[in-house]
Write a protein that binds this ligand. Structure first.
Ligand code: IPE
Ligand code: IPE
Ligand code: MG
Length: 228
């Protein structure tokens, strides 16, 4: 297998374990989420430095609305702060920002911030940072299938073209932190032939070195796609 074939282009991460990270330290869950944002910053910078074309991060699921109101509002507050504080870096570093999921259903002030961030980075041509917000894979597939049906033929290709991830490189590697071994409604379609990695590290403890290790592990895997 050639070197080029084993280099990951698109990595996705289910950033799990913020709550347990905080609990271990007798801190409020919100502090865990805050530290989670710091991990987002360092890991996404590292992903760009390592030459990844796309990094997709699961930040808020359609099921996360089931959490207590104060936790949901802490998460939304962190999201707002993150967009505001990091936008200039995305503009400067040529980052293509993309949001997947039903983000237009979030609060109007967040929608406005995202709209502005997308507009400011629209001309960027560099690596993609994809943030899944109010994202559920089943919802994404249902929306895509409905759009494909409205246009005519429903097929694997026509559904794929309507997914929120259309235009991104195929998903190579899906990582979940915190030791849970499930997909929790994330990228079900896109993961069809992705490599999976489940690591025990809690998300706030996940560093660029962990990402580097994951990419090395990925490079050594043999992908078959059903062939032989
Ligand atoms: C992941 O951490 C962050 C989000 C789901 C937004 P959790 O909050 O799920 O942390 P645990 O799983 O309870 O430890
Ligand atoms: C998945 O984590 C969602 C995100 C990381 C945003 P959860 O903590 O919500 O998933 P479950 O409930 O353990 O499956
Ligand atoms: Mg969790």
């Amino acid at each position: 297998m050639s070197e080029a074939a084993s280099k990951a282009r698109h990595v996705a991460i289910i950033m799990d374990g913020n709550g347990r990270w905080a609990k271990k330290r007798h801190l409020p869950r919100a502090v865990g989420h805050q530290r989670g944002v710091e991990a987002v910053r360092s890991v996404s910078r590292a992903a760009r430095a390592m030459g990844l074309e796309a990094l997709t991060l699961y930040a808020f699921s359609t099921e996360n609305w089931r959490r207590p109101e104060d936790e949901v509002s802490a998460l939304m507050g962190l999201l707002k702060h993150f967009i505001q504080s990091d936008l200039e870096e995305f503009v400067r570093d040529n980052v293509r920002l993309k949001i997947i999921g039903e983000w237009r259903m979030l609060a109007p002030d967040i929608v406005a911030l995202i709209d502005n961030a997308l507009e400011r980075t629209a001309a960027n041509t560099g690596p993609a940072l994809v943030v899944a917000l109010n994202y559920g894979s089943q919802d994404e597939i249902a929306r895509a299938a409905a759009k494909a049906a409205a246009k005519g033929a429903v097929s694997v290709e026509s559904i794929e073209a309507e997914l929120d991830t259309a235009g991104l490189p195929p998903l190579d590697l899906l990582i979940r932190t915190s030791g849970e071994v499930r997909l929790s409604n994330f990228l079900l379609w896109q993961a069809a032939y992705a490599e999976m990695m489940f690591v025990d590290t809690l998300w706030p403890d996940f560093t660029p070195a962990h990402l580097e290790e994951a990419l090395k592990d990925f490079a050594g895997r043999e992908r078959r796609y059903g062939g032989r």
